[in-house]
Design a protein around this ligand. Structure first.
Ligand code: NAP
Length: 316
């Protein structure tokens, strides 16, 4: 579908009909775009399964949502810390046990701009470990149910994919040399995006075309991202940026992932986000993706490296 068809305003949730009977599994709904995506899906009658690392924050968020939308909303929560592969595996097993279908898995959670190199318990650089390897494992383990449901995998990337070194540092994935917060974050978001297009190719080759995979990003949205994991300096810079017209609300930042999770006949090969200035703000639709994000040799190698690192085999 040509996204120009969505008109001057781009894609908005006005396009969503009644979503009762649909189930969406979302990572990172305690704040920001994940919270807004969950809120909008619930407001349309969908079932939402939240995968979060904080039970307390999730309870508070669910209480707020019930206050706003009513006690009848169909929302549930499974504890999952993307920074721990064992936690992701346990959460995936619980999803497979408790959830009957997945219309879309929204891989939304992330950390960003971690000031100093930090390793996860599994020994991965923290942003690569949480943003990429955590979601890689989750997607791989939930794939059978997504396939059974003819569902979608939606990855929330970032324009950061086009910053940093613009490729994967295979000889030093953890940035033991020359760690910078931005380079490591950019690599993690590039890895996430590359894996979407690599997955599409693999699905096509395996004849599993009932499952769709989409890459999108929220532009520059006023969320908790930098406050959660960034340095004091980054927090000050982003705090000032939030006051400028070059940022948009967290709600608008949720539109690209909502669109990718629900819109019919959406072109998988595209990259979705705000189409205005620098792709930070503006009407949501498809926009340019730089060729390095679809570098086939790098993407194929990254897939193999990711399977080896996580021990998750997709079997196709
Ligand atoms: N905001 C922007 O301008 C911007 C720009 C480009 C891309 N993005 C992308 O947009 C997505 C959403 O981010 P946001 O801006 O909405 O940030 P946010 O407000 O900080 O939300 C991030 C969510 O991820 C969760 N999370 C972090 N680490 C986790 C872990 N180890 N396990 C499970 N959940 C974890 C957070 O949970 P806690 O509450 O427990 O921390 C929170 O719910 C991310 O993929 C980000 O890379 C954002």
């Amino acid at each position: 579908m040509n996204t120009k068809e969505f008109g001057k305003q781009g894609w908005t949730p006005d396009r969503l009909g009644n979503l009762s009977g649909k189930t969406y599994v979302i990572t990172g709904t305690t704040s920001g775009t994940g919270y807004e995506a969950a809120r909008i899906l619930l407001s349309k009658g969908a079932k939402v399964v939240m995968l979060n690392r904080s039970a307390k924050k999730t309870e508070e968020v669910i209480a707020t949502l019930k206050k706003e939308l009513g006690n009848d909303i169909d929302v549930s929560f499974i504890l999952m810390d993307l920074a721990e592969q064992a936690s992701v595996r346990a959460a995936a097993a619980e999803v497979l046990e408790k959830v009957k279908r997945i219309d879309a898995l929204l891989c939304n959670a992330a950390i960003a701009q971690v000031p100093k190199q930090k390793l996860t318990v599994d020994g991965f650089e923290s942003q690569l470990g949480v943003n990429h390897y955590g979601h890689f494992t989750l997607q791989g383990l939930l794939f059978p149910l997504i396939e059974k449901s003819k569902g979608r995998i939606v990855t929330v990337g970032s324009m950061g994919y086009d910053m940093g070194i613009k490729t994967i540092k295979f000889d030093d994935m953890n940035w033991d040399k020359d760690y910078t917060p931005n380079d490591a974050y950019s690599q993690s978001k590039l890895a996430q995006i590359m894996s979407v297009y690599e997955l599409q190719d693999r699905l096509e080759k395996a004849g599993k075309t009932d499952v769709k995979a989409y890459a999108c990003h929220p532009g520059s949205s006023r969320t908790s991202l930098i406050a959660t994991s960034g340095s004091l300096m980054m927090r000050i810079i982003f705090g000032l940026m939030k006051l400028s017209p070059l940022t948009q609300s967290a709600e608008k930042g949720a539109y690209p992932q909502l669109m990718c999770a629900t819109e019919k006949d959406l072109d998988q090969k595209a990259f979705y986000g705000p189409t205005g200035r620098s792709n930070w703000i503006g009407p949501v639709g498809a926009h340019k993706l730089e060729p390095h994000a679809k570098d086939k040799a790098v993407a194929g190698k990254l897939w193999t490296v990711s399977e080896e690192a996580t021990g998750v085999k997709w079997n196709f």
